[in-house]
Design a protein around this ligand. Sequence first.
Ligand code: ANZ
Ligand code: ZN
Length: 875
Amino acid sequence: MATNYPFKDIEGKWQADWDKNQTYRAEDLPVSEKSKKFYGLIEFPYPSGEGLHVGHPRSYVAIDVMTRKKRMEGKDVLYPIGWDAFGLPTENFAIKNKIKPADATKKNIANFTRQIKSLGIGFDWSREIDTTDPKYYRWTQWMFLKFFNSYFDDVEGRAKPIEELAIPDSVLAIGDEAVRAYRDERRMAFKATTKINWCPRCKIGLANEEAQGGVCERCGEGVEQKQKAQWMIRITKYAERLIRDLDNVDYLEKIKAQQINWIGRSEGAYVDFGVIGVGSSRPGAETAPLPDKITVFTTRPDTLFGATYMVLAPEHPLVETWMKEGDVTNADEIRTYQEGARLKSELQRQENKEKTGVELKGVRAVNPSNNQEIPVWIADYVLAGYGTGAIMAVPAHDERDFEFAKQFGLTITQVVAAEEGSGERGLPFCEEGVAFNSGILDGLKTADAKEKMADWLEQNNVGARTVNFKLRDWVFSRQRYWGEPIPIIHCTKCGYIPVPDQQLPVTLPEVEKYEPTDTGESPLAAIRDWVETSCPNCGGAAERETDTMPNWAGSSWYFMRYCDPHNDQAFADPEKLKFWMPVDLYNGGMEHTTLHLLYSRFWYKFLWDLGLVPKECGSEPYAKRRSHALILGEGGVKMSKSKGNVVNPDDVVGQYGADVFRMYQMFIGPFDQDAPWDTHGIEGVKRFLEKVWRLFEISTGPAPANAFRTDPLDADRENAFTGSPVEILLNQTIKKVGEDIEGMHFNTAVSAMMILVNGLGEGQLDKNAAESLLKLLAPFAPHIAEELWHQLGYGTSIHRESWSSYDSAKCVAETFELVVQVNGKVRDKMTVSMDISEEEAKVLALASEKVKPYVEGKELHKVVYVKGRLLSISV
Ligand code: ANZ
Ligand code: ZN
């Protein structure tokens, strides 16, 4: 059933009015006014063909409530909206329906705009952005070229322009080719052939972050491994700072923990093992040291004496070397094993299944701690991409090594015990303890033994302390059409040449066919007259890069574009960045914690290092990050088409209006907990707003002759409730709603308003209570609040009014009448706070002028206190 107030008229009317008067427009002020600004941000949506999901508004309405309150508190609020519109679903939709991705995007954006506008969210639409607009992606491309034209200075720990890279004389001496290669190896954006996660269904390469759990993030298909030349960005150079700077931001603890865990910092050491040939067919190397060394990364250098064999990843380059040189004698067996490993994903290789491996016959390693010769194996549980791609195996103290040693009958030597002298215990023993069987380390606790061994390695030049990260460089190429073209030109003479700034953007060509290819080539590769171009450097024939950027590119910096969305001279005016940045509150999904949130922090830091983001903005883009939970279908299961439990926001708004929808979204449950959609719940909210409406109808009478309209400043009425229970309730509610909004406890703010409205009762609404109630309601139900505000006789928007303040003296919990008896006779009655203690009650009673005459100069015999009622004194 529809509401009993005319929401259709009210909502449309006020939305048009806000639009016309630009009620929610953010004003760019001078930096000196910075304390006035509040920048609230939601993750801008991907405008899919399905339209808005009821999950989207949970975030939008929440930050709308917050920013509306801030605006009423006098802040200059920036709350913008835009479209993260590149991406696979649109491309696939366009292919299927034989339309252009750009046209599909336009249509989807129009639909999303209509839907979002129908919710009355206070976005500043004048700042709308679209990542697929060439005016926007021009700057995304420009930023990519900044990555290309920069290197990371390890000493200073920051990115710098590539021209500042010092080229060693030895390289200069070789010539231009060598200089170019030297630079190319150090660029922040570089091309490399690596094993990538490949989704055979989407026909697209995926970053590790997009293939968590070994399945494609988009379609759920199991990913395969494929070798491909890819553009990569060196996010790993920022690993340390991405962890460290979390200390300076206010993020939910679980968000920080997830990022730290994903970056995966491990302290440990490199250790070099010598190699000897013991059967090599290399002349002179039959039983002699080989020129190679195996370097491993270990987090437990203290266990070096227990390293009884070594394992290399099957892809380790030394394996190739030894096969080529004829050092290993079982090459066929090794080849077969390598083939098998190549087809497995990293995840499969880390699974706790039966261990497999092959010994490299003909070579042995030398443990530097005791000069013992130990066998060298390859096994796929050692990953090529982590650490050095090789390990020292310590089977007594590492689970995987232990299983492997058992499987292949390798030596297991224990070197750490739980306590000194406690010896054998169940192996593997993977905890910390005390070293034994370990020469110089004997008797040391693990922490000390690690330090001592690290010192020893450094002194003897066979290793060094180091820090390792799980984080991988960012695979930045996609072989698809609907993304930003990577603005690089390949010239056979000059190498990779950036497209000159004045030629940006490199726009996508309009084509007939967008289908991806099985070869892993981008569809752009087939468009020859787009691909063929001339080299900006030498003018010779050259080809465009045909890979496009991942859909995370445009969203890595969009929050800065909002600060100055129409600028065509710069991605944003530095003065405007100085005023608005950082974002004060950013809300988004937990699923983006190790994707967008990490990428955009990195991207921002990079621009900040280069001074492209002013220093004054600070080194972090988001001061505060919060996350909403999911809205589930009725009954608590995930909404899905197949279950038929998808709620369409259009239907809800059509039936109940935007205010009910918004308020229900906030009432549905704690913001950070999943909550099922519930039709009874929405009915409850509807009745609440109806009650508010009725309350005003009765109190103010029919327009235009109602009380507030003719006499909005009636002083008597204003004071009518001073000290009354209604006034206390009102002050309490103002306090609670304000605090709940700040703490993002929106559901309890709504229930506080419900209690207030119940308490106000019919006919009890005076001017002060009426105004305060509407101001509290305004962030949640902006339309009805605006309508009733105007009915009170005001001519300007309630959303530009000031937020109500409360009087803490009038927020006192509850009071009761304390009866004071002396020797059984009532001598006084006093109004006291409900939470008064016995001691306080006694002090008050004895100080009473009416009680004093009966107790003064007498000995107190007994005092009985009955909470909430009585204090009985015997003298
Ligand atoms: C010897 C050792 C002894 C290790 C011991 C552990 C326990 P995290 O903490 O994840 O960084 N490792 C190193 N590189 C590897 C690779 N490419 N593939 C598989 N495993 C690798 O783990 C570091 C530890 O994981 C390293 O420390 C190494 O095993 C192994 F009692 O070295 B350890
Ligand atoms: Zn050239």
